[in-house]
Design a protein around this ligand. Sequence first.
Ligand code: FES
Ligand SMILES: [Fe+2]
Length: 381
Amino acid sequence: MEASVMFDRTQYANVFKPVEQAETLPAWCYTSPDYYRAEVENMFMKVWNFFGHVDQVPNPGDYMTVTFAGVPLIIARGGDKVIRAFANTCRHRGAPVAQGEGNCSAFVCPYHSWTYGLDGTLRGCPGMEKTEDFRKEDNGLIELPLEVFGNFIFINFDENAEPLIDYLGDFPEIMGSYKLDNLRLTRKVTHDVACNWKVHIENAMEEYHLPTVHKATLDLKDMDHSSAPTSENWTDIREHHDEHTRALLMEDLAHELPHIPGLEGRAASGTNYVSLNPSTMLGMTLDCVWYLELQHNGPDHTRVIAGSCFPEETIARPDFEEKAQYYYKRWDKSLGEDNDIAAIQQQGLRSPFVRPGRLSHLEPLIPDLAQWWVTRTVPEN
Ligand code: FES
Ligand SMILES: [Fe+2]
């Protein structure tokens, strides 16, 4: 599709309607490399992006590398225990200075051995002594804004970013009773899915697909499905809610783990599926919290990382490992089904005959998310 069409806001008029009148995003939003580049430049480079849980780098010297929206990054915990984010780009001639994940005391560039400390400072640069006006202190790794909330890591590419707490808006208050600071990451799984990142997050934020995609998997009988799941548009966060009283398990509820103590309001009465826009889903339920972190570097491939977090007291129980397996099994099964349908949908979206579709009242957050994304990606004319 031509840029003059894709970046004309009037093309999206039907997205900016209530669900009963709205249409889906045009297919190019899911398939076009040019549209993806606009999302990166106009949206992902300016928002707080989610990078999982602090327990991925628990000890001083722990680091992991990620390429997100085309930007290679290092997330490392320093000797001072502070977690920092750096552009994984050598200040000499640009090679990435770290690969994979692990523990180290310094990053040594594989090209000419420039060496950087865990705080990004340039420590060693052999053969640079005759280079004029070269100062090590001006040549550390580029550090990016990183903040932690509720043990979750957020990175912004904009050095003038608003504080994370402002970006999160009413989330900390509304979901405060989960006491995220008391939850630990117990497991993380990674899947590569041939779909656009929006395909995956849309799936996570609607329940219309449950009786079809998960009919063989999810035990829905404890939930009240006589009425539609309710969705709430708070000022800054979006969530849909399922009323239920017992754990979300496929099999015997004897494997249920204790509820998170002190849950209040909607938190105490089921599961809240929260979208931290633009692209993160937190599943916040009675006994645990799980997340979907989406990493992408193009329009048609998404690395889906699912993390599960339980309260420290629950993890300390002697039966935790055994019972947690039943939770993991359920997530693996349902996530596998979501990944499969996402890849199938993406295939369909490549057809020249796809048209914007009409929506059910059972998926009210689909137009809501689309509005949030388009507002940031396509400037008004
Ligand atoms: S590119 Fe890193 S030391 Fe030369
Ligand atoms: Fe699903």
